[in-house]
Design a protein around this ligand. Structure first.
Ligand SMILES: Cc1cc2nc3c(=O)[nH]c(=O)nc-3n(C[C@H](O)[C@H](O)[C@H](O)COP(=O)(O)OP(=O)(O)OC[C@H]3O[C@@H](n4cnc5c(N)ncnc54)[C@H](O)[C@@H]3O)c2cc1C
Length: 402
């Protein structure tokens, strides 16, 4: 039995998120993007984050016992799409804070929840980051790699009841502003990274932890990716999340819940570009009639909408599988995240066509969505790796749950 109706709670949250987007995000999105081109570290709209907190949106991922909604994967995707269609960088910030607060809420010890989540709830501007990628490692963390010389190199060495961490992370989402960090370190250099890495919790003001430059990205500027530099950072054993050498275990990777969520990036961005193009085509008059009355324009929009609908179906199916583990199919998740990137690229380029020459300027929304869409090539793992995962599954080989 397939039931595609949203629950009352999903509809309620969707309408709350839409209200936030229209009131707080849409009016400032273009200005923040312009600012980011001058000052990548100084463009984040902190007042919008405070407003989101007041509406209860920042903490939606938390367990219900802590005042959140413990979002399931499908609900996460439904809400994320709404924000992505308006401001993708800010949406990705929500994605991080929802999934990481939920991660600590589900996998953390009682002591960790008290130490990190209670202050997180109190501070309207508190964000959470996870640092995995390093200047010398990326794909070899997310695509099974059996050698010991690749993957995470940030070292974590045990000294008494503490771990001492040294190394550099980069591209860490929200790191410019985040107060709580999950850092993945190599605890067993003799084992391949998937079996020798551990997640460590720490506060931003931990001695030895420094935030480096904010990356000057082409799109998704409000995601505030930055470097993390760790020099003799001492972390107590009690701040090991999940377990030593379990930094890439199924629990650490949220049991594959991440792929449909990340696939929603492309879906939402495509929807935003499509809606802008549709509105432009309906109200712009050329040759005495609205643009959309030209078949070539209408067919282009039809192609865009078809891709968006197909992508949403693939994502919702994968999300449903993530929420009903016995039906989880890793290939479905990889298909959804691969296809959403294809969709975003195609729809955003078509949107630029529909705006004509204006689509090629910074004064209209199409080019920003196009730049934001490129972010989907790299999030979690690359678009090529998603395709490889589908191919390998056809050859009967399972790969990681991401
Ligand atoms: C917007 C954004 C947000 C991000 N957020 C975070 C974050 O919060 N935390 C974090 O830790 N990281 C984050 N990242 C980093 C992201 O996880 C990495 O970019 C991703 O894992 C790929 O690694 P890489 O970019 O180093 O590519 P590389 O590993 O250097 O790969 C380069 C190219 O080679 C290909 N390639 C590499 N190895 C293989 C292989 N074995 N088989 C086939 N092809 C291969 C890749 O597909 C790619 O095309 C973010 C990146 C972006 C762009």
């Amino acid at each position: 039995m397939v039931d595609m109706r949203l629950t009352d709670e999903q509809l309620e949250l969707q309408s709350l998120v839409r209200e936030f987007c229209e009131k707080e995000l849409r009016p400032i999105a273009a200005e923040c993007d312009r600012k980011s081109q001058i000052d990548p570290a100084g463009c984040f709209p902190i007042e919008a984050l405070k407003a989101a907190s007041k509406m209860g949106l920042r903490t939606l991922g938390l367990p219900r016992g802590l005042g959140g909604r413990d979002l399931d994967t499908l609900t996460h995707c439904i809400l994320l799409e709404e924000v992505m269609a308006v401001e993708p960088g800010f949406a990705a910030t929500f994605h991080q804070v929802w999934r990481l607060s939920q991660h600590i809420g589900r996998e953390g010890t009682e002591e960790q929840k008290k130490k990190y989540l209670l202050p997180f709830i109190e501070d309207d501007t508190c964000l959470i980051s996870i640092g995995q990628t390093e200047p010398g490692s990326g794909t070899d963390n997310t695509f099974p790699y059996r050698g010991v010389e690749g993957g995470i190199q940030l070292s974590a060495v045990k000294e008494g009841n503490e771990w001492v961490l040294n190394g550099t992370k980069h591209f860490v989402a929200c790191a410019t502003l985040a107060r709580i960090f999950i850092v993945v370190g190599r605890t067993d250099p003799r084992a391949p990274a998937p079996e020798g890495a551990t997640q460590f919790l720490m506060w931003r003001d931990t001695p030895g932890l420094r935030i480096g430059r904010t990356h000057d990205k082409v799109g998704g500027a409000l995601l505030m990716n930055a470097e993390l530099i760790l020099e003799n950072v001492r972390v107590p054993e009690s701040d090991v999340l999940i377990g030593v050498n379990e930094g890439f275990s199924d629990r650490a990777r949220h049991y594959g819940r991440g792929a449909p969520m990340v696939a929603t990036f492309g879906l939402g961005i495509a929807r935003g570009a499509y809606e802008a193009a549709l509105s432009h085509a309906r109200k712009t008059i050329r040759s005495g009639k609205p643009l959309i009355r030209n078949d070539a324009v209408a067919v282009r929009l039809a192609d865009m909408l078809t891709l968006i609908e197909a992508t949403r179906s693939a994502i919702w199916r994968a999300a449903w599988g993530s929420d009903n583990r016995e039906h989880y199919v890793q290939r479905d998740a990889a298909i959804s995240s691969y296809f959403s990137t294809v969709c975003a690229r195609s729809v955003c380029e078509n949107a630029m066509h529909i705006f004509g020459k204006d689509g090629y300027t910074r004064g209209f929304p199409a080019e920003k969505f196009f730049r934001d869409a490129l972010m989907t090539n790299h999030i979690n793992n690359t678009v090529d790796v998603r395709l490889l995962k589908i191919g390998r599954s056809l050859a009967g080989q399972m790969v990681s749950t991401l």
